[in-house]
Design a protein around this ligand. Structure first.
Ligand code: DX5
Ligand code: ZN
Length: 222
């Protein structure tokens, strides 16, 4: 059995009580804080930038997993690293020079992630898969929390796991969008390493217990 990680998405937190919500995650069995940066251009929504990431980092006692849903992410990689990001994920669809951008992230000392929209085939990563630390499969269209899981993401997870096995890549597979107690186990069995969970955690009656339950599901070594 391999260990999997749980990354609560702060987008679903109550921002009027942000410090308490961060402390809840600190006290839970969660592994990372997932932070969704949106620019109103790559996605039809605007969230927060470096300033808030840095503020969250001052209270967080777990690594910051920063998901950049922005155009021209290469302009801001250094800034998010300085703000405290340990994982920086850019979108395949936003990077015409993805290989260069992956190395730009790695040069800062952060782990480099690449996110794929639901319509983007995992096959498109074959030529860079050995260089990336994490692939984030979007299981909803990026832009909003609380959306329904797109079922085809399960097949994509299996396909990506097979590609990682074939190429001996060390990339972790992260699933983002519509993840909760109802589909965590099947995703882990398909080969997921990191489960992002927003509304299923922050909207739960008992978020700490929900994180514990997500963490307790068994993963398989594939
Ligand atoms: C969507 C974001 C997700 C989102 C997940 O664009 O990338 O991280 O916060 O939220 P849930 O878990 O509510 O689908
Ligand atoms: Zn995200």
């Amino acid at each position: 059995m391999k260990e999997h990680l749980i990354a609560p998405s702060v987008l679903a937190a109550d921002f009027t009580r942000l410090a308490e919500e961060i402390e809840m995650v600190n006290r839970s069995e969660a592994d990372w804080f997932h932070l969704d940066v949106m620019d109103g251009r790559f996605v039809p929504n605007i969230t927060f930038g470096m300033f808030i990431v840095e503020a969250i980092g001052k209270l967080a006692r777990k690594p910051l997993d920063v998901h950049l849903m922005i155009v021209e992410p290469e302009k801001y990689i250094d800034g998010f690293r300085k703000a405290g990001a340990e994982v920086i994920t850019v979108h395949y669809e936003a990077c015409p020079h993805l290989h260069r951008t992956i190395h730009q992230i790695k040069e800062t000392g952060a782990k480099a992630g690449v996110a794929l929209n639901p319509h983007t085939s995992v096959e498109l990563l074959r030529d860079v898969i050995e260089e990336v630390d994490l692939v984030c499969l979007m299981s909803v269209n990026p832009g909003f929390g609380g959306q329904k899981f797109i079922h085809n993401s399960l097949a994509k997870t299996r396909q990506l796991r097979q590609m990682i096995l074939d190429t001996h890549s060390n990339a972790m597979i992260e699933i983002d969008g519509g993840v909760g107690l109802q589909n965590a186990e099947v995703l882990l069995q398909a080969g997921a390493d990191v489960l992002v969970a927003g509304s299923s955690v922050f909207g739960a009656k008992d978020p700490i217990a929900t994180i514990g339950a997500l963490k307790a599901f068994k993963s398989v070594v594939l």
